[in-house]
Design a binder for this molecule. Structure first.
Ligand SMILES: NC(=O)c1ccc[n+]([C@@H]2O[C@H](COP(=O)([O-])OP(=O)(O)OC[C@H]3O[C@@H](n4cnc5c(N)ncnc54)[C@H](OP(=O)(O)O)[C@@H]3O)[C@@H](O)[C@H]2O)c1
Length: 220
């Protein structure tokens, strides 16, 4: 049985990930700021008050998890703030960096003592963080912070290979969640089935690559 920690577990893709992993018989730790009734009702371990933008969060999780060994660490929490060239707002840009890029990196470093050879790290990034795919511009904070997350993921893949820990950068697709205002071409169950399949098949040999949930490798 794997032990899997998922951030941003109270809604959207994180909640669905907890639901599917729990149904598969894994031990699931759903970390969130505030538990939703849906998450609380799943029967998984719920850790509330987990704000990924806080520099205290890594230490707090280590304190709460004690001797737990983490098989998969899935950084799913993320935010999208409107921000085109005409309405750039430095505080929103910083917030997106803190949540989407710095949080996953700092929490990963803090939790490394709980990861073993064979553990896996899933970074839920976005195709919007792809330089090669950026055909429409805009969304500065989201695009820049997800590109930064992609770079962090590649460095983590290199740095953690010697410890036997593999890293996947995963784009869920365009999914109907709160973030997209329920727009999209996928519902969370289908996207999450793909994300979990990608994590299942992840090895040290494929560590540090960027995939769509459907398995297609994506351009940086
Ligand atoms: N949906 C898509 O089409 C799509 C496409 C590409 C990438 N993604 C990525 O997929 C991930 C999940 O997104 P989603 O679509 O499921 O969006 P969502 O429904 O808005 O869920 C976002 C989750 O992130 C959490 N979160 C936000 N800020 C946080 C913070 N500071 N600390 C802890 N948790 C925080 C939210 O918790 P609260 O309820 O407390 O805010 C929520 O649980 C994100 O990383 C997103 O960028 C989504």
């Amino acid at each position: 049985m794997k032990t899997i920690l998922v951030t941003g577990a109270n809604t959207g893709l994180g909640l669905e990930m907890c639901r599917q992993l729990h149904a598969l018989g894994d031990r699931v730790i759903g970390a969130c700021r505030t538990a939703s009734p849906e998450l609380a009702g799943l029967g998984v371990q719920v850790e509330t008050g987990i704000d990924v933008a806080s520099e205290e969060t890594g230490r707090e999780l280590i304190k709460r998890l004690g001797t737990t060994r983490v098989s998969w660490l899935v950084h799913n929490a993320g935010i999208y703030r409107q921000g085109g060239l005409d309405d750039l707002d430095a505080s929103k840009l910083r917030e997106e960096f803190a949540v989407n890029a710095l949080g996953p990196l700092l929490i990963t470093r803090a939790l490394l003592p709980l990861l073993d050879s064979g553990s896996k790290i899933g970074l839920i990034t976005s195709l919007m963080g792809s330089l090669g795919d950026n055909g429409s511009g805009g969304s500065y904070g989201y695009r820049m912070s997800k590109a930064a997350l992609n770079m962090a993921g590649v460095s983590l893949a290199r740095d953690l290979k010697g410890r036997g820990i593999a890293v996947a950068l995963l784009h869920p697709g365009f999914v109907r969640t709160r973030m997209t205002g329920q727009q999209g071409y996928l519902d969370p169950p289908e996207s999450v089935r793909g994300l979990l399949a990608r994590l299942d098949e992840l090895t040290l040999a494929t560590s540090g690559h960027f995939w769509h949930a459907n398995g297609k490798e994506l351009p940086w």
